[in-house]
Structures are given as structure tokens and as C-alpha cells.
Design a protein around this ligand. Structure first.
Ligand code: FAD
Ligand code: FO1
Length: 459
């Protein structure tokens, strides 16, 4: 692993090489293509010490429901099985890091803790609590971004246009550094890792069970690889079809990426290999890699450098100013939280998108922009609109509470990474979208029909 993938090393003043290496798995819940795991393995081998891999399962996490927890836990069960086959294993620590991880670390006295880079505030808080309480170094590895966030740019970028050239310059140097070999059989010091009692794990959850799990995609690393293979077979349709919600041209990889069940590096590698053998895929491949690399890494850039990533005051100043100037504009409609959630607006297209999200856990990407912009148009204030969009997104989307989600909301409602457009009521200079624009891109009636509550859902 290249040393610059190490995002930070804390507590370097107390180095010791005696105790085991602990990998505190966070965002990257996979055995293959995992630079954090690879690094932890190489240190444990080099020092000839045991390697402990732990996951800290909190009973509630930013209002996640059983839909998201189920996807995550089923994936972790597979991680545990796969690690055991290699001669390793997973320890599930049930509770918040300060309550369960810190005592565990005091007990095993590691020489070093390796963990995943995570930009969200709650994860930074956990990291600082553990760092303060820990008498050993803790190293944070960016295993999510192909070009690590801090290498790509030292500051918050204005837009994709400013980050893209930086990534382009660096990508080829970095994309071979995505943890290949992290799933090799373990040849280092063995330790007794107690079997995980998964029924105790499941019953430790304190989450909303009213939002059902979905079964149209299988969680876990194998499910992710299967979804990638299916997508590669329809890659050719991506360039033309990705903005049409009546087609199935998008990859459906966001839930797997969110839960770290597949590495972006692996996806890039497979897309590039396939495209090299079939040049007619190049337009789709380019369009897809723009989303997967530039847009996704731009979202980590924003959440890492701007800790107000989910609020009005994190928006660009031109956007705050224009939205402020339009605060008292008359709204044609105003909806209560219950009306939004129940998809009871006057707009069949908006309702269809909301139904798609509630039912499948994944609203089409094009509809997400329309959906969020209409929440701005029919809410009393931009703050209320952002809060509504984040609440609904994170409650129902499988890929919710992700940097991509906070950025998607801030782009749609608050002009983030965008430029000022023509001024109009409520939106000010924020880019506008309407149903007529959608009708020019796709068959709106067919989409509405496909999402009506009686329609059979198929993917
Ligand atoms: P594909 O089109 O196949 O793209 C492949 C991958 O590229 C995605 O999995 C994702 O990692 C990345 N990507 C695609 N579009 C974007 C984008 N606009 N910004 C950043 N990365 C992107 N994405 C989430 O992962 N979680 C969310 O909670 C989320 N909420 C959103 C809310 C709003 C209001 C908006 C406008 C966008 C949101 N997005 C979110 C971004 C985007 O819509 C989804 O990533 C995409 O639709 C996921 O489907 P896919 O994997 O099939 O996408
Ligand atoms: N991260 C953890 O370390 N422990 C958890 O118990 C946990 C639960 C969880 C539930 C739903 C969800 O969407 C995310 C969850 N995360 C958890 C965090 C997640 O893996 C990512 O780190 C962040 O959402 C950022 O992408």
C-alpha cells in the first residue's frame, strides 16, 4: 500500500511493537480489495503478532431502519464466514465505540489500530474518542477513494470541473493500489476467535422495522460481484439510457458501495478491461467512470472539508444569498412531513418517485434530482427542504446517509458544485427542473404507471 493512503496516524509518540494489530473495520465491509485490511495484515505479519478484526455495531445509527441494517448485517455475516475460511475471523462488538471498543482495546493492548477513513461527523467523533482513550497509534486508511481524498486535493473543491483534472493526473498511479491480495489465506500468527452469535447480534438492534428489507438485490460481497457482472452485460446502454428511469441502465451498485461491500477500484478495473476488448463500450464506460470516480470522490471531498455538509450554512455563499432573497416568495403548494412521506402531493411524477424509493429502496438517479428540487419548491424554507429530503432519503434509500446523498441534496436544493442559473421564484438562481423537462427525456406516463402502487416491481 502506498504510504499516502494513510490519511492520518494519531498517537505516534507512543510506538510499541509488542501487542497484536487490530483492524477496526468501519466503512469498508469486505475481505477482497481492501487496502485497510491489507495494511493491517502486512503489519501483523511483519511484527509476527496476532491480527484481530473487529466491527462495532451500534444499536441505532442516524435513524437507519431494518432495511439498511439488514443489508449491512447480512453482508457482515458473509465477511465473518470468508475471514474464517482464510484463518482469520470477525469480532462483533455490540455498542458504541466508547462503550465497547475502548474496553476491548484496553484488554488486548494492541501495538497499533488500523481503521477506515470516514468523512461523516459521527464517525469523526468516534475516532477522536478512541484516539484520546488509546495508548497506541491509530492509523486511518482511505480505502474508499481511488485517489485518497487528501492526495487528490488539500481543500474543498468548487465543482467536478476543478476536481476532474486533478484526479485524471493521479488516477493511473493510484488505481493499482486498491488492496489486491487482502483476501489471501492468512499465514501469520493464529488466534482463537470466538464464533459470532448472530442471533444476539440481530437482537441487539433498536431500529425501526416498519421499513421492510428488500429482496431484489442480494447483500454482501458475492451479491456485489454478481450485480457488477450483470451491469457489465448492459454497460453499453449506460451513456444513452442512464437518465431514463423507465430503463434499467444504471448499475445498482450504490448500496454495495455505501456498505463497502465492493471496492470502486475493482469496478474500474473490470469496466476498463471489458472496454479495452470492445471499443463500442467507450462512451458508456466514460460516462459511468465519471459518476463512479469524479462525482463520488467529489462527494467525499465535500464532506471531508466541510463539516456543515448537511445544512444550509454549508452551501456556497452565492446559493445562500439567492435563496435568502427568495425566502418570502409565495409557494404554490406547501406540504406537511406526513404528506411528503405518504406521497400525497398534487404531482403524480413526484409521488411516483417517492413510491419507487419506499418500495424498492432505490429511486432512479435522474428522479432523485427532480424529487429534491420539488421539495425545495413546495417547502416553507430551504432549511426545511434540506431536512425533509435528508430525512426521507436516509429513511428509505438503501444507500442513504452517505456523502453522495448529502451532496445530492445540497446540489439539488442548494447549488453545490453547480453555477447560478436564471433567476426565478423560490429557487432564485438555483437550477430549476420541471415535469416538462422530464417529458423531453423520457416517457413520464410510463414511469408513473410503473410505480403505481399496484404495479409489479421488476428489475
Ligand atoms: P450509477 O449511475 O450506476 O453510478 C455508479 C456509481 O457512481 C454510484 O453507485 C455512485 O457511487 C456514483 N454516483 C452516481 N451518481 C452520483 C452522484 N450524482 N453523486 C455522487 N456519486 C454518484 N447516492 C448515494 O450513493 N447515496 C445517496 O443517499 C444518494 N442520495 C442522493 C440524493 C439526491 C437528491 C441526489 C440528486 C442524488 C443522490 N445520490 C445518492 C447520487 C446518485 O443519484 C446515486 O449514487 C445513484 O443514483 C445510485 O445508483 P447507481 O449505483 O445505480 O448509479
Ligand atoms: N457504521 C458502523 O461502524 N457501525 C454501525 O453499526 C453502522 C450502522 C449503519 C447503519 C446504516 C447505515 O446506512 C450505515 C451504518 N454505518 C455503521 C455507517 C456506514 O457504514 C458509513 O460509514 C457511513 O454511512 C458513511 O458512508
Amino acid at each position: 500500500m502506498r504510504p499516502e493512503r494513510l490519511h492520518h496516524v494519531y498517537n505516534v509518540r507512543d510506538p510499541q511493537i509488542e501487542g497484536p494489530v487490530v483492524y477496526w473495520m468501519g466503512r469498508e465491509r469486505r475481505v477482497a480489495d481492501n487496502p485497510s485490511l491489507l495494511y493491517a495484515r502486512s503489519l501483523a505479519l511483519e511484527r509476527n503478532v496476532e491480527l484481530h478484526i473487529v466491527f462495532c455495531l451500534v444499536p441505532t445509527f442516524l435513524d437507519a431502519t431494518i432495511r439498511q441494517y439488514g443489508f449491512m448485517l447480512r453482508g457482515l455475516e458473509e465477511v465473518d464466514r470468508d475471514l474464517r475460511e482464510l484463518g482469520l475471523g470477525l469480532r462483533m462488538l455490540l455498542g458504541t465505540p466508547d462503550a465497547v471498543l475502548i474496553p476491548f482495546l484496553h484488554e488486548v493492548r494492541p501495538s497499533i489500530v488500523i481503521t477506515d477513513f470516514e468523512p461523516l461527523r459521527i464517525k469523526r467523533l468516534w475516532l477522536s474518542q478512541v484516539t484520546e482513550a488509546l495508548p497506541c497509534p491509530i492509523a486511518v486508511v482511505d480505502s474508499h477513494n481511488i485517489v485518497p481524498v487528501t492526495v487528490a486535493s488539500p481543500k474543498q473543491e468548487y465543482a467536478a470541473a476543478t476536481l476532474r483534472p486533478k484526479l485524471r493526473r493521479l488516477l493511473d498511479d493510484w488505481y493499482d493500489d486498491m488492496g489486491e491480495g487482502s483476501d489471501a489465506p492468512w499465514t501469520g500468527r493464529r488466534s482463537q476467535i470466538p464464533a459470532v452469535n448472530w442471533s444476539t447480534v440481530w437482537s441487539s438492534l433498536r431500529v425501526d422495522t416498519s421499513v421492510a428489507e428488500v429482496d431484489w438485490l442480494s447483500p454482501g460481497e458475492k451479491g456485489a460481484k454478481g450485480a457488477l457482472q450483470k451491469f457489465l452485460r448492459r454497460l453499453e446502454t449506460y451513456a444513452e439510457g442512464r437518465n431514463d428511469p423507465t430503463l434499467h441502465a444504471q448499475s445498482d451498485l450504490s448500496p454495495y458501495l455505501h456498505f463497502g461491500q465492493i471496492s470502486a477500484g475493482r469496478i474500474v478495473r473490470e469496466v476498463r478491461t471489458l472496454t479495452a476488448s470492445d471499443p463500442k463500450l467507450s462512451a458508456s464506460s466514460e460516462a459511468f467512470l465519471e459518476e463512479l470516480i469524479v462525482r463520488r470522490e467529489l462527494a467525499d471531498n465535500f464532506t471531508h472539508y466541510n463539516d456543515r455538509y448537511d445544512s444550509f450554512d454549508g452551501l456556497p455563499s452565492w446559493a445562500q444569498q439567492t435563496l435568502d432573497e427568495h425566502r418570502s416568495d409565495r409557494r404554490d403548494y406547501l406540504y406537511t412531513p406526513d404528506q411528503w412521506e405518504a406521497a400525497s402531493t398534487h404531482d403524480e411524477l413526484w409521488n411516483a418517485a417517492q413510491h419507487e424509493m419506499i418500495r424498492t429502496g432505490k429511486m432512479h438517479g435522474y428522479m432523485r434530482m427532480y424529487w429534491a428540487k420539488k421539495i425545495l419548491e413546495w417547502s416553507a424554507s430551504p432549511e426545511e427542504a434540506m431536512a425533509t429530503a435528508i430525512y426521507l432519503n436516509d429513511k428509505y434509500e438503501l444507500d442513504g446517509r452517505d456523502p453522495n446523498g448529502y451532496v445530492g441534496v445540497a446540489w439539488s436544493i442548494g447549488g453545490l458544485h453547480d453555477r447560478p442559473w436564471f433567476e426565478r421564484p423560490v429557487y432564485g438562481k438555483i437550477r430549476y427542473m420541471n415535469a416538462a423537462g422530464c417529458a423531453r427525456k423520457f416517457d413520464v406516463k410510463a414511469y408513473i404507471r410503473s410505480q403505481s402502487s399496484n404495479a409489479l416491481f421488476s428489475r
